[in-house]
Design a protein around this ligand. Structure first.
Ligand code: GTP
Ligand code: MG
Length: 214
């Protein structure tokens, strides 16, 4: 990342993510979306991209969000509260090949309702597998966020699996592409839950939205 992150922001991020993180609830249907009165950030992305793993790495807990080799593990919106200052939302993955048509329709309806009617939603992190880059359903997700005017930031995951030169090329290509997406933050984040690269920086980025943040 080219942006400068201050030592103070890193410290606040590390402090916040060391606070207690409690599971609030899961929501699987339209009339089941609770409001918690805290600012909120959500993690979206294709199935198996590493959403649950990233939440675990950010919070330093291995088992908070359930991870799996089986795509489609997370099947509802799971809400966690971090130190009662910020809500983190683990979302079900999209693009899961084995999902039924009705399950996809139900998920899209829930997602649209969530995105449009969530005043506390500060930012959505859209995770992209660094080995695969942007896929059509990522672009669909981005368009949906543009239309709903929800601020989002792209986060490359699994950067430990890609060597530096192609990784830089992918970053440049994506940062060029998102210029035409009005709700996208212009810089992307690069992360690995294996090497922990980019994790502290992402904590600092997310922590700005918490109660007591900048
Ligand atoms: P769904 O809930 O099914 O949508 O998946 P998810 O996006 O929550 O993915 P999850 O965190 O369950 O991770 C999927 C797989 O990717 C697991 O086998 C993880 O161990 C692996 N994985 C996640 N992050 C990384 C990473 O940074 N590097 C590598 N090498 N593997 C990772
Ligand atoms: Mg998951």
């Amino acid at each position: 990342m080219s942006e400068e992150i201050s030592a103070q922001a890193l410290e606040w991020g590390n402090w916040l993510f060391a606070q207690e993180c409690e599971f609030l609830r899961g929501a699987a249907s339209l009339n089941d979306l609770p409001e918690f009165g805290q600012p909120e950030v959500s993690f979206a992305g294709r199935s198996n991209v590493g959403k649950s793993s990233l939440i675990n790495a950010l919070t330093g807990r291995n088992t908070l969000a359930r991870t799996s080799n089986t795509p489609g593990r997370t099947q509802q919106l799971n809400f966690f509260s971090l130190g009662k200052r910020l809500v983190l939302v683990d979302m079900p993955g999209y693009g899961y090949a084995k999902a039924s048509k009705s399950a996809i329709e139900q998920w899209n309806a829930l997602l649209q309702l969530y995105l449009k009617g969530r005043p506390t939603l500060s930012r959505v992190y859209v995770l992209i597998d660094a080995r695969h880059g942007l896929k059509e359903n990522d672009l669909e997700m981005m368009r949906m966020l543009d239309v709903a005017a929800v601020s989002y930031r792209l986060v490359l995951t699994k950067v430990d699996k890609v060597s530096p030169t192609p990784l830089r090329a992918l970053q440049k290509e994506i940062e060029e592409k998102i210029k035409t997406h009005p709700a996208a933050f212009p810089e992307i984040s690069l992360t690995s839950t294996v090497s922990k690269s980019g994790v502290a920086e992402l904590r600092a980025e997310i922590a700005q939205f918490a109660i007591g943040g900048s």
